[in-house]
Design a protein around this ligand. Structure first.
Ligand code: HXC
Length: 258
């Protein structure tokens, strides 16, 4: 499929990469780009050859937010009836792990897009922020919820009420990102994590991601129960048998993804 605002590639076996490609607008997220992003992720999700997905932008900008110029003339009724950009940060439909590889600006919807992924690898030039308050609006792609859970209430309030921006190092210190690496190597680092995930049992990866997600959506008791059921489910898989047999036989497992 050919796209206008994104590029796709498979940089390593099992790893699907979507690159936002709207450089003249610092990858501002317009409705068309968000639709293409989801089309591309859905295609990777349906592709048996892909185990893990990466979303990235350019070195200068992961994404500078939702497209302000597009939103400028969007009336309430259109946001309500066609909430394309704002409603599109629910990535729960993707069962395969998603890594955001972030360099440069990750502002507003850009920060929210990164946080909607499962992990964030940041270049040391990355800047995270939610500057919506300057536009007379508030974050609408999950920012008030995901950022608050990631960094805690006090800092989240400061970021969203005063447009405090976080450097990559600060984002790592507060637990928002997994790691910070040199700008020359952040893509390689994200791909390396993707390859590691692609080398594992897809069924175990899926069960694990599912269990971790429950931690954000349920009480502890319900989450623990869900984990138990998913854990028992793993005992019905061929990969559990293979993984444990390979350990006992001191060899590498050959996954069947079943
Ligand atoms: C539309 C944008 C844009 C955006 C940048 N551009 N951000 N266009 N929407 N969010 C455009 C600029 O208009 C400009 O176009 C070009 O990209 C380069 O940007 P400059 O401002 O010239 O670059 P620079 O001086 O380096 O400043 C970079 C910047 C600044 C600090 C990132 O562009 C900025 O403050 N952008 C807006 C950030 C923001 O407020 N994001 C939140 C948006 S609201 P021209 O044509 O002039 O060259 C949001 C709501 C989320 O995200 C809701 C849920 C999704």
């Amino acid at each position: 499929m050919s796209y206008e605002y994104i590029l796709t590639e498979v940089p390593a076996p099992g790893v699907g990469l979507v690159r936002l490609n709207r450089p003249q607008a610092l990858n501002a997220l317009n409705n068309a780009l968000m639709k293409e992003l989801h089309d591309a992720l859905s295609a990777f999700e349906a592709d048996d050859g892909i185990a893990c997905m990466i979303v990235t932008g350019s070195e200068r900008a992961f994404a500078a937010g939702a497209d302000i110029k597009e939103m400028l003339d969007t009336p309430y009724i259109d946001m309500f009836m066609r909430p394309t950009v704002t409603a599109n940060f629910d990535f729960s439909r993707y069962k395969k792990p998603l890594i955001a590889a972030v360099s440069g600006f990750a502002l507003g919807g850009g920060c929210e897009l990164a946080m909607a992924c499962d992990m964030i690898v940041a270049s040391e030039t990355a800047v995270f922020g939610q500057p919506e308050i300057n536009l007379g609006i508030l974050p609408g792609g999950g920012g008030t919820q995901r950022l608050t859970r990631a960094v805690g209430k006090a800092l989240a309030m400061e970021i969203m009420l005063t447009d405090r921006r976080l450097t990559a190092q600060e984002a790592a210190q507060y637990g928002l990102v997994n790691k910070v690496v040199a700008v020359e190597s952040y893509m390689d680092e994200a791909i390396k994590i993707g390859q590691k995930i692609a080398s594992l049992s897809r069924v175990a990866v899926r069960l694990t991601k599912d269990a971790i997600q429950r931690a954000f959506e349920t009480t502890l008791q319900e989450g623990l129960q869900a984990e138990q059921h998913l854990f028992y489910m793993a005992f019905a898989t061929e990969d559990k048998q293979e993984g444990m047999t390979a350990f006992a036989e001191k060899r590498k497992p050959t996954w069947k993804h079943k």
